[in-house]
Design a protein around this ligand. Structure first.
Ligand code: PRT
Ligand code: ZN
Length: 212
């Protein structure tokens, strides 16, 4: 019996995901480029390498039992998965940003405006909560350029250092979600697999405590 874990194949979370497993004493043989699957040598774990956006679906379906993925991706996906543990890496925030020259006094600024984002679900939730009617323009990348080319009045995107916003003449005006990578689990896990997960969670918690 092995627990099936989905992690990002390449990108910002890949290295930290592999590093966390290593710190948990789990060695995976992933030195073959373009490999989609690896088995741990010393722990009952099989690792799938996927695009981060696909991880919640795979975990909901039980194709993978657990996954390491950003909370932003989990909540935007609206999949039926449980966040079992926060992992402490991939920290960022999902924020509204407007042109530097705009005076942002609060969510009311967005009334009747057009917001470009790759996170339409989370933006819609934020607008609804604040009773604001605004148009959401979904784009998959280069969101920050939208205001300067006249595509939108504001954007909602992930921010870490803030330099991307700055370079595009924007300023962060409202944080709508604080995010970091999380361990998610499928709704139905067999007792045998639950036991393996408990062991893994124990090791992750030990690593986290050691880091303080
Ligand atoms: O190929 P795949 O679909 O798997 O990867 P991806 O390109 O969709 O995602 P990737 O690797 O860029 O990001 C994976 C996860 O990292 C995200 O879902 C977040 O949970 C987390 N993360 C943490 C970030 C950032 N920080 C981040 N800064 N993801 C993206 N960014 C981008 C942001 O979109 C913006 O373009 O970095 C830019 C802003 O950075 P600053 O430092 O200039 O503010
Ligand atoms: Zn992605």
């Amino acid at each position: 019996m092995v627990l099936k874990l989905a992690i990002q194949k390449s990108g910002r979370l890949h290295e930290d995901s592999v590093k966390l497993l290593k710190e948990c004493g789990i060695e995976i043989n992933n030195n073959v480029k373009n490999q989609l699957k690896a088995t741990a040598a010393n722990f009952p774990l099989e690792v799938f390498f996927l695009r981060d956006d696909d991880i919640p679906q795979y975990v909901e379906d039980g194709v993978a039992d657990i996954g390491f993925v950003g909370e932003n991706v989990v909540y935007e996906s609206q999949k039926e998965v449980k966040v079992a543990e926060l992992l402490g890496f991939g920290k960022c925030r999902l924020s509204i940003a407007t042109a530097k020259a705009d005076t942002y006094t609060g969510p009311a600024f967005l009334q009747g405006k057009k917001i470009a984002t790759s996170y339409p679900v989370l933006v819609a939730q934020f607008l609804k909560k604040n009773n604001i009617q605004a148009e959401i323009h979904e784009i998959s990348g280069s969101v920050e350029i939208a205001p300067s080319i006249g595509l939108a009045d504001a954007v909602c995107d992930l921010v870490s250092s803030g330099s991307t916003l700055f370079m595009n003449g924007l300023k962060e005006t409202e944080v709508i979600l604080q995010s970091q990578s999380a361990l998610i689990q499928t709704p139905e896990l067999s007792p045998e697999k639950s036991l393996i997960l408990q062991k893994l969670l124990f090791r992750i918690q030990t690593v986290k405590k050691a880091k303080g």
